[in-house]
Design a protein around this ligand. Structure first.
Ligand code: HBI
Length: 102
């Protein structure tokens, strides 16, 4: 998968596509692709994180994230490209799928 940093046009399109998959909520902040997922309780939030962790490891592409009870905030970027790449978009798509969207 390409590690080319997405330009503004490509990012705008990718963001719209991601937000069309599920409940929306993806935004750009601090050079990262961000969303806060909200689950019904801690067990569902942590179950999501566990599933995402296995996929992230298999992709060798890992989210910056934090959890507070039922909330999981994720921030995706590609260090080597110093920006957002197709690898971040793919991980975001997987997150949508595992959260019950997409
Ligand atoms: N995770 N999100 C993210 N971005 C990276 O650039 C990245 C990563 N996980 C592992 C990784 N890069 C390694 O390939 C390098 O740190 C060696």
């Amino acid at each position: 998968m390409s590690a080319t940093r997405l330009d503004t046009d490509a990012l705008t399109t990718a963001l719209a596509d991601l937000n069309a998959l599920g409940q929306g909520g993806w935004s750009l902040s601090g050079g990262q692709l961000c969303k806060t997922f909200v689950f019904c309780d801690f067990v569902h939030a942590f179950g999501f994180m566990t599933q995402v962790a296995l996929i992230a490891e298999s992709m060798n592409h890992h989210p910056d994230w934090s959890n507070a009870y039922a909330h999981v905030r994720v921030a995706l970027s590609t260090h080597e490209s110093d920006g957002i790449t197709e690898r971040d978009i793919e991980l975001a798509r997987q997150m949508e799928r595992l959260s019950g969207n997409g």
